[in-house]
Ligand binder design. Structure first.
Ligand SMILES: [Zn+2]
Length: 323
């Protein structure tokens, strides 16, 4: 890797991108979408919204003119649906780089899940950070890659379903991939962060069982990011879609929030560990969107690195990531 290569990547500084990004998050995390719980009308509306975005951007649908990859979970009547858009490589190849961001959420709950489940009368787990924000990033990155032009690999953008209940969408994808599994260079899995302005701290997992931790960290550090994990997680966190790729020996990472010790959390607002998976994960007036550009630039730079250098990254211990 050369520093020149990384600095040469276009920096994203476009008010329109930020405006669109906010609109995606505010719609997907609105009460109208009911927390995007299993089988809900809200979940279906979210899928339709992402479908429409992929179509507007001009991504190709993988299946007979549809962006939907439907599947069933045993014991459940309603179908689940991954939404998949493709930006084909400039010359035909089997090689793909796969972005994932789950669009499902916990829905409406009255059973007290979450550290701070009591939120007055509010029982909607809006899932704004987790993961309306990741989906917004997925959509806006797709748009940017489309305007950059085709790359040397196929880019696959997947909004996954069923993540919160057991990674069902990513499990289905690795069994039914659009491009062959053994030609996936890497899976970049995206969950939201940076809601308190420009953060420097990030968390990249896994930290073991793979041989490219240093590569990711040095790419991030060039952009000023500092690795500092939240204190309630470990480096072998298996609670993300990336796990389903890793357990099959496919390189994958999840980028997530750091410890938030570098930002000022507004008074009365909760830190990450007490906000996630509660009704408090919703957009409010305290959110500072000033970190979004840097977040997108980080994902994009990592992607560009592995588009340029797809070889010599390995999952050394896939068995670490099995169920
Ligand atoms: Zn999530």
């Amino acid at each position: 890797m050369t520093i020149i290569f990384l600095l040469a990547q276009p920096l994203i500084s476009n008010c329109q991108i930020l405006e669109r990004f906010k609109n995606h998050v505010e719609f997907l995390a609105s009460d109208r979408l009911e927390g995007r719980g299993p089988g809900s009308r809200g979940l279906q509306l979210a899928a339709e919204y992402i479908y429409q975005q992929f179509e507007d951007i001009g991504l190709l649908p993988p299946y007979e003119k549809s962006y939907y990859q439907e599947f069933t979970i045993s014991g459940q009547e309603v179908n689940e649906t991954n939404v998949i858009g493709i930006l084909p490589a400039k010359t035909p190849t089997n090689q793909s780089l796969v972005f994932t961001a789950h669009y499902d959420g916990l829905g409406i709950r009255h059973d007290g899940l979450g550290v701070n489940a009591s939120h007055g009368e509010d029982s909607i787990y809006n899932g704004a950070l987790d993961n309306a924000m990741g989906v917004a990033a997925l959509i806006e990155m797709a748009r940017q890659f489309m305007s950059d032009g085709s790359q040397s690999q196929n880019l696959v953008f997947i909004a996954t379903a069923g993540e919160e209940r057991g990674h069902y969408g990513s499990i289905f994808y690795v069994k039914n991939p659009v491009f062959p599994l053994d030609h996936i260079s890497i899976n970049l899995n995206i969950d939201g962060f940076c809601i308190w302005g420009k953060q420097k701290e990030y968390f990249m997992m896994p930290r073991q069982g793979i041989d490219y931790v240093d590569k990711i960290d040095s790419i991030a550090s060039i952009q000023g990011w500092v690795y500092n994990p939240p204190d309630f997680v470990d480096g072998l966190n298996k609670l993300f879609d990336a796990t389903e790729f890793l357990s099959r020996g496919i390189p994958a990472i999840t980028i997530w929030s750091g410890n938030e010790s570098d930002v000022v959390i507004p008074e009365g607002q909760l830190p990450l560990g007490r906000r996630t998976h509660t009704p408090y994960d919703e957009v409010n007036q305290y959110w500072d969107w000033g970190g979004v550009e840097a977040q997108l630039a980080l994902y994009k730079t990592i992607a560009y690195y592995f588009l340029e250098y797809p070889d010599n990254i390995n999952v050394i211990n896939p068995e670490l990531f099995g169920h």
